[in-house]
Ligand binder design. Structure first.
Ligand code: OGA
Ligand code: MN
Length: 360
Protein backbone atom coordinates (compact mmCIF):
# COMPACT_ATOMS: atom_id res chain seq x y z
CA UNK A 1 0.00 0.00 0.00
CA UNK A 2 2.53 2.56 1.09
CA UNK A 3 5.67 3.83 -0.54
CA UNK A 4 4.66 7.37 -1.34
CA UNK A 5 4.48 7.94 -5.05
CA UNK A 6 3.54 4.37 -5.75
CA UNK A 7 0.18 3.80 -7.32
CA UNK A 8 -1.60 0.76 -8.56
CA UNK A 9 -0.64 -0.69 -11.91
CA UNK A 10 -1.51 1.44 -14.93
CA UNK A 11 -3.59 -1.29 -16.48
CA UNK A 12 -5.79 -1.38 -13.39
CA UNK A 13 -8.56 1.03 -14.39
CA UNK A 14 -10.49 1.47 -11.19
CA UNK A 15 -12.57 4.53 -10.33
CA UNK A 16 -9.93 5.44 -7.75
CA UNK A 17 -7.14 5.22 -10.33
CA UNK A 18 -9.13 7.32 -12.78
CA UNK A 19 -9.50 10.08 -10.18
CA UNK A 20 -5.79 9.87 -9.33
CA UNK A 21 -4.94 10.34 -12.98
CA UNK A 22 -7.34 13.25 -13.26
CA UNK A 23 -5.68 15.22 -10.44
CA UNK A 24 -2.08 14.07 -10.69
CA UNK A 25 0.52 16.56 -11.96
CA UNK A 26 1.15 16.24 -15.69
CA UNK A 27 3.11 18.61 -17.87
CA UNK A 28 2.12 19.92 -21.28
CA UNK A 29 3.87 17.95 -23.95
CA UNK A 30 6.02 20.72 -25.35
CA UNK A 31 9.31 19.16 -26.37
CA UNK A 32 10.95 22.54 -26.96
CA UNK A 33 10.69 23.68 -23.33
CA UNK A 34 13.41 22.75 -20.89
CA UNK A 35 12.43 20.89 -17.71
CA UNK A 36 12.43 24.15 -15.74
CA UNK A 37 9.99 25.85 -18.08
CA UNK A 38 7.54 22.98 -18.37
CA UNK A 39 3.97 24.09 -17.88
CA UNK A 40 1.69 21.98 -15.66
CA UNK A 41 -1.43 20.78 -17.45
CA UNK A 42 -4.56 22.59 -16.36
CA UNK A 43 -6.85 20.49 -14.24
CA UNK A 44 -10.56 21.01 -13.62
CA UNK A 45 -10.90 21.61 -9.89
CA UNK A 46 -14.63 22.40 -9.94
CA UNK A 47 -15.59 19.12 -8.25
CA UNK A 48 -13.06 19.42 -5.43
CA UNK A 49 -14.79 20.15 -2.09
CA UNK A 50 -13.34 23.27 -0.54
CA UNK A 51 -14.02 23.10 3.20
CA UNK A 52 -12.61 26.60 3.67
CA UNK A 53 -15.45 28.06 1.62
CA UNK A 54 -17.89 25.61 3.21
CA UNK A 55 -16.82 27.01 6.59
CA UNK A 56 -16.91 30.64 5.40
CA UNK A 57 -20.41 30.39 3.97
CA UNK A 58 -21.63 28.41 6.97
CA UNK A 59 -20.34 31.19 9.22
CA UNK A 60 -22.01 33.82 7.04
CA UNK A 61 -25.44 32.34 6.41
CA UNK A 62 -25.63 28.94 8.12
CA UNK A 63 -25.88 27.19 4.73
CA UNK A 64 -23.87 24.19 3.56
CA UNK A 65 -23.74 22.25 0.29
CA UNK A 66 -25.77 19.05 -0.15
CA UNK A 67 -24.06 15.92 1.21
CA UNK A 68 -22.12 17.86 3.85
CA UNK A 69 -23.15 17.74 7.50
CA UNK A 70 -22.07 20.11 10.25
CA UNK A 71 -21.41 18.08 13.37
CA UNK A 72 -23.54 19.25 16.29
CA UNK A 73 -21.33 19.15 19.35
CA UNK A 74 -19.69 21.36 21.93
CA UNK A 75 -16.26 20.74 20.37
CA UNK A 76 -14.23 23.95 20.16
CA UNK A 77 -14.00 23.98 16.36
CA UNK A 78 -16.56 23.53 13.58
CA UNK A 79 -16.42 19.95 12.25
CA UNK A 80 -17.86 18.77 8.92
CA UNK A 81 -18.78 15.23 7.88
CA UNK A 82 -19.84 13.61 4.60
CA UNK A 83 -23.28 12.03 4.45
CA UNK A 84 -22.03 9.02 2.48
CA UNK A 85 -18.81 8.44 4.45
CA UNK A 86 -19.59 7.84 8.13
CA UNK A 87 -16.50 8.01 10.34
CA UNK A 88 -14.84 10.79 8.32
CA UNK A 89 -14.42 14.21 9.99
CA UNK A 90 -12.93 17.41 8.57
CA UNK A 91 -11.79 20.16 10.96
CA UNK A 92 -10.89 23.18 8.79
CA UNK A 93 -8.36 25.67 10.15
CA UNK A 94 -7.78 23.62 13.31
CA UNK A 95 -4.27 25.02 13.85
CA UNK A 96 -3.23 28.67 14.11
CA UNK A 97 -0.35 29.86 11.92
CA UNK A 98 1.95 29.80 14.99
CA UNK A 99 1.00 26.18 15.69
CA UNK A 100 1.55 25.29 12.02
CA UNK A 101 5.05 26.83 12.12
CA UNK A 102 5.80 24.94 15.32
CA UNK A 103 4.85 21.56 13.83
CA UNK A 104 6.69 22.27 10.58
CA UNK A 105 9.84 22.94 12.62
CA UNK A 106 9.33 19.78 14.66
CA UNK A 107 8.71 17.75 11.49
CA UNK A 108 12.01 18.88 9.98
CA UNK A 109 14.27 19.26 13.03
CA UNK A 110 13.23 16.61 15.53
CA UNK A 111 10.93 14.01 13.96
CA UNK A 112 13.59 12.62 11.57
CA UNK A 113 16.11 12.26 14.45
CA UNK A 114 17.29 8.71 15.31
CA UNK A 115 16.00 6.39 16.71
CA UNK A 116 13.04 7.47 14.56
CA UNK A 117 13.57 5.98 11.15
CA UNK A 118 13.23 7.65 7.78
CA UNK A 119 13.30 6.49 4.16
CA UNK A 120 17.05 7.30 4.22
CA UNK A 121 17.87 4.60 6.80
CA UNK A 122 17.97 1.78 4.28
CA UNK A 123 20.74 3.47 2.30
CA UNK A 124 22.65 5.65 4.76
CA UNK A 125 21.83 4.30 8.21
CA UNK A 126 20.67 6.78 10.86
CA UNK A 127 21.31 10.44 9.94
CA UNK A 128 21.47 12.77 12.93
CA UNK A 129 20.70 16.49 12.55
CA UNK A 130 19.85 16.43 8.87
CA UNK A 131 18.07 19.77 8.93
CA UNK A 132 20.96 21.61 10.66
CA UNK A 133 23.38 20.01 8.21
CA UNK A 134 21.29 21.22 5.26
CA UNK A 135 21.07 24.68 6.79
CA UNK A 136 24.89 24.74 7.18
CA UNK A 137 25.39 23.49 3.62
CA UNK A 138 27.07 20.28 4.76
CA UNK A 139 27.78 17.37 2.49
CA UNK A 140 27.18 13.77 3.50
CA UNK A 141 30.20 11.72 2.50
CA UNK A 142 30.94 8.03 2.50
CA UNK A 143 34.20 7.67 4.44
CA UNK A 144 34.58 3.98 5.26
CA UNK A 145 34.15 2.47 8.69
CA UNK A 146 34.46 5.21 11.31
CA UNK A 147 34.91 2.69 14.11
CA UNK A 148 38.28 1.73 12.69
CA UNK A 149 39.56 4.86 11.00
CA UNK A 150 39.22 7.71 13.43
CA UNK A 151 36.99 10.06 15.31
CA UNK A 152 33.40 10.59 14.31
CA UNK A 153 32.55 13.84 12.55
CA UNK A 154 30.90 16.78 14.30
CA UNK A 155 27.39 15.73 13.32
CA UNK A 156 27.62 12.10 14.32
CA UNK A 157 27.83 13.06 17.99
CA UNK A 158 29.50 9.76 18.78
CA UNK A 159 26.27 7.86 18.22
CA UNK A 160 27.05 6.59 14.85
CA UNK A 161 30.25 4.61 15.03
CA UNK A 162 29.19 1.93 12.59
CA UNK A 163 28.06 4.39 9.94
CA UNK A 164 30.17 4.78 6.85
CA UNK A 165 28.78 8.22 6.13
CA UNK A 166 29.44 11.52 7.84
CA UNK A 167 28.67 15.18 7.33
CA UNK A 168 31.55 17.31 6.12
CA UNK A 169 31.93 20.93 5.25
CA UNK A 170 30.59 21.62 1.80
CA UNK A 171 33.75 23.34 0.62
CA UNK A 172 36.76 21.92 2.46
CA UNK A 173 38.09 18.73 3.91
CA UNK A 174 35.97 16.09 2.23
CA UNK A 175 37.78 12.89 3.17
CA UNK A 176 38.62 10.70 0.21
CA UNK A 177 38.74 6.98 0.80
CA UNK A 178 38.42 4.15 -1.69
CA UNK A 179 35.12 5.63 -2.61
CA UNK A 180 34.15 9.29 -2.65
CA UNK A 181 30.40 9.05 -2.83
CA UNK A 182 28.79 12.19 -1.49
CA UNK A 183 25.46 13.94 -1.41
CA UNK A 184 24.52 17.44 -0.26
CA UNK A 185 22.52 17.52 2.99
CA UNK A 186 20.04 19.83 1.23
CA UNK A 187 19.42 17.11 -1.37
CA UNK A 188 18.89 14.53 1.39
CA UNK A 189 16.41 16.89 3.03
CA UNK A 190 14.56 17.30 -0.28
CA UNK A 191 14.48 13.53 -0.66
CA UNK A 192 13.12 12.94 2.83
CA UNK A 193 9.79 11.17 2.22
CA UNK A 194 8.77 9.81 5.60
CA UNK A 195 9.77 9.48 9.21
CA UNK A 196 8.11 7.37 11.90
CA UNK A 197 7.51 8.38 15.52
CA UNK A 198 6.68 6.14 18.46
CA UNK A 199 6.25 2.49 17.47
CA UNK A 200 8.20 2.04 14.26
CA UNK A 201 6.37 0.86 11.17
CA UNK A 202 8.30 -1.64 9.06
CA UNK A 203 7.34 -0.94 5.46
CA UNK A 204 8.86 -4.15 4.11
CA UNK A 205 6.77 -6.34 6.42
CA UNK A 206 3.88 -3.88 6.48
CA UNK A 207 3.50 -4.01 10.23
CA UNK A 208 4.67 -2.39 13.45
CA UNK A 209 7.94 -3.84 14.67
CA UNK A 210 7.76 -3.39 18.44
CA UNK A 211 11.33 -4.69 18.81
CA UNK A 212 12.79 -1.66 17.00
CA UNK A 213 14.20 0.99 19.35
CA UNK A 214 11.87 3.96 19.62
CA UNK A 215 10.94 6.96 21.71
CA UNK A 216 7.43 7.76 22.83
CA UNK A 217 5.52 10.23 20.65
CA UNK A 218 6.32 13.72 22.00
CA UNK A 219 3.82 14.67 24.70
CA UNK A 220 2.72 17.88 22.96
CA UNK A 221 1.82 15.94 19.81
CA UNK A 222 -0.07 13.35 21.89
CA UNK A 223 -1.94 16.11 23.63
CA UNK A 224 -2.89 17.74 20.31
CA UNK A 225 -4.01 14.42 18.82
CA UNK A 226 -6.07 13.51 21.89
CA UNK A 227 -7.75 16.91 21.86
CA UNK A 228 -8.51 16.75 18.12
CA UNK A 229 -9.66 13.10 18.15
CA UNK A 230 -12.63 13.87 20.43
CA UNK A 231 -15.34 14.24 17.72
CA UNK A 232 -14.50 10.76 16.38
CA UNK A 233 -14.05 8.93 19.68
CA UNK A 234 -16.44 6.28 20.94
CA UNK A 235 -18.09 7.75 24.07
CA UNK A 236 -16.20 7.31 27.30
CA UNK A 237 -12.99 6.08 25.65
CA UNK A 238 -9.56 7.65 25.44
CA UNK A 239 -7.34 8.01 22.41
CA UNK A 240 -3.80 6.76 23.16
CA UNK A 241 -1.40 7.79 20.37
CA UNK A 242 1.29 5.14 19.94
CA UNK A 243 2.67 5.74 16.46
CA UNK A 244 2.83 8.53 13.92
CA UNK A 245 3.93 8.64 10.32
CA UNK A 246 5.19 11.90 8.92
CA UNK A 247 4.98 12.22 5.13
CA UNK A 248 6.99 14.82 3.24
CA UNK A 249 5.78 15.81 -0.25
CA UNK A 250 7.59 17.83 -2.87
CA UNK A 251 6.50 18.93 -6.35
CA UNK A 252 5.11 15.97 -8.29
CA UNK A 253 5.01 13.64 -5.26
CA UNK A 254 1.84 11.76 -4.53
CA UNK A 255 0.55 9.19 -2.09
CA UNK A 256 -1.23 6.42 -3.97
CA UNK A 257 -4.62 5.06 -2.91
CA UNK A 258 -4.30 2.79 0.11
CA UNK A 259 -5.87 1.57 3.34
CA UNK A 260 -4.27 1.91 6.76
CA UNK A 261 -5.22 -1.47 8.12
CA UNK A 262 -2.30 -2.51 10.34
CA UNK A 263 -3.76 -1.11 13.55
CA UNK A 264 -5.72 -3.48 15.81
CA UNK A 265 -8.63 -1.23 16.74
CA UNK A 266 -10.34 0.54 13.84
CA UNK A 267 -12.88 2.26 16.04
CA UNK A 268 -10.05 4.64 17.06
CA UNK A 269 -9.43 7.47 14.60
CA UNK A 270 -6.34 8.30 12.62
CA UNK A 271 -5.67 11.98 13.30
CA UNK A 272 -4.14 13.52 10.19
CA UNK A 273 -2.57 17.00 10.19
CA UNK A 274 -1.76 18.96 7.01
CA UNK A 275 1.06 21.52 6.86
CA UNK A 276 2.52 23.61 4.06
CA UNK A 277 1.33 23.54 0.46
CA UNK A 278 -2.30 22.85 -0.37
CA UNK A 279 -3.09 19.35 -1.62
CA UNK A 280 -5.92 17.30 -3.06
CA UNK A 281 -7.11 14.40 -0.91
CA UNK A 282 -9.21 11.60 -2.38
CA UNK A 283 -11.55 9.75 -0.05
CA UNK A 284 -12.89 6.63 -1.73
CA UNK A 285 -15.06 3.79 -0.53
CA UNK A 286 -14.31 0.26 0.60
CA UNK A 287 -13.55 -0.78 -2.98
CA UNK A 288 -11.22 0.87 -5.47
CA UNK A 289 -14.23 0.77 -7.79
CA UNK A 290 -16.06 3.35 -5.66
CA UNK A 291 -15.57 6.84 -7.13
CA UNK A 292 -13.64 8.88 -4.57
CA UNK A 293 -14.62 12.31 -3.25
CA UNK A 294 -11.90 14.91 -3.93
CA UNK A 295 -11.27 17.68 -1.40
CA UNK A 296 -8.58 20.29 -0.71
CA UNK A 297 -6.35 19.90 2.32
CA UNK A 298 -4.78 23.15 3.50
CA UNK A 299 -2.12 23.89 6.05
CA UNK A 300 -3.74 23.72 9.48
CA UNK A 301 -6.63 21.44 8.46
CA UNK A 302 -7.10 18.22 10.45
CA UNK A 303 -8.88 15.12 9.21
CA UNK A 304 -10.11 12.20 11.32
CA UNK A 305 -10.78 8.75 9.91
CA UNK A 306 -12.52 6.33 12.25
CA UNK A 307 -14.94 3.41 12.10
CA UNK A 308 -16.21 2.79 8.58
CA UNK A 309 -13.96 5.48 7.12
CA UNK A 310 -10.97 3.40 8.32
CA UNK A 311 -11.96 0.89 5.65
CA UNK A 312 -12.01 3.46 2.86
CA UNK A 313 -9.29 3.86 0.24
CA UNK A 314 -7.66 7.26 0.29
CA UNK A 315 -4.65 9.05 -1.10
CA UNK A 316 -3.08 12.35 -2.12
CA UNK A 317 -2.67 12.60 -5.90
CA UNK A 318 -1.46 16.19 -6.00
CA UNK A 319 0.19 18.96 -4.08
CA UNK A 320 0.28 22.53 -5.39
CA UNK A 321 3.54 24.46 -5.27
CA UNK A 322 2.63 27.38 -7.55
CA UNK A 323 2.00 30.71 -5.84
CA UNK A 324 -1.65 30.93 -6.87
CA UNK A 325 -2.62 27.51 -5.48
CA UNK A 326 -0.10 26.62 -2.76
CA UNK A 327 -1.46 29.21 -0.28
CA UNK A 328 1.77 29.43 1.68
CA UNK A 329 1.96 33.25 1.88
CA UNK A 330 1.46 33.33 5.69
CA UNK A 331 4.71 31.40 6.15
CA UNK A 332 6.65 34.07 4.34
CA UNK A 333 5.58 36.47 7.12
CA UNK A 334 6.09 34.09 10.01
CA UNK A 335 9.34 32.43 8.96
CA UNK A 336 11.27 35.40 7.65
CA UNK A 337 14.03 35.75 10.27
CA UNK A 338 17.46 34.45 9.38
CA UNK A 339 17.14 31.22 11.39
CA UNK A 340 13.90 30.31 9.69
CA UNK A 341 14.86 31.01 6.07
CA UNK A 342 15.72 27.38 5.37
CA UNK A 343 12.34 26.32 6.81
CA UNK A 344 10.55 28.85 4.65
CA UNK A 345 12.42 27.77 1.52
CA UNK A 346 11.44 24.18 2.26
CA UNK A 347 7.79 24.72 3.07
CA UNK A 348 6.97 27.05 0.18
CA UNK A 349 7.34 24.07 -2.16
CA UNK A 350 6.48 21.18 0.17
CA UNK A 351 3.68 19.64 2.13
CA UNK A 352 4.01 17.75 5.40
CA UNK A 353 1.39 15.36 6.77
CA UNK A 354 1.56 14.03 10.31
CA UNK A 355 -0.84 11.17 10.94
CA UNK A 356 -1.18 9.79 14.44
CA UNK A 357 -2.49 6.35 15.34
CA UNK A 358 -3.39 4.20 18.29
CA UNK A 359 -1.98 0.79 17.30
CA UNK A 360 -3.33 -1.61 19.94
C1 OGA B 1 -1.18 8.26 5.28
C2 OGA B 1 -2.13 9.19 4.64
C3 OGA B 1 -2.75 11.41 4.00
C4 OGA B 1 -2.20 12.78 3.79
O1 OGA B 1 -0.03 8.66 5.53
O2 OGA B 1 -1.57 7.10 5.54
O3 OGA B 1 -3.19 8.74 4.28
O4 OGA B 1 -2.97 13.72 3.92
N1 OGA B 1 -1.81 10.49 4.51
O5 OGA B 1 -1.01 12.90 3.46
MN1 MN C 1 -3.52 6.71 5.00
Amino acid sequence: MYGAGRVSDDSERTAFRTAEKKYKLYYNNDTKSSKREKQPKQVDLSEVIDFKSVLDSFNQNGLKPPGIIKLQSDFNYPVFCLENRPGFYFIPEALSIEEQCHWIKESLRSFPQPPNRTNHNAIYGPIPDLFTAAQNKKVFVEVGNLASDGAPGPYSGGRNLESKWQFCDGTVGIPRGDSSKSIAASVLLRKLRWSTLGLQFDWSKRNYDVSLPHNKIPEALCELARRMAVPAMPTGEDFCPEAAIVNYFGLGDMLGGHLDDMEADWSKPIVSISLGCKAIFLLGGKSREDPPTPMFLRSGDIVLMAGEARECFHGVPRIFTDTANAEVAPFVMHLSNQDDLCLMEYIRSSRININIRQVF
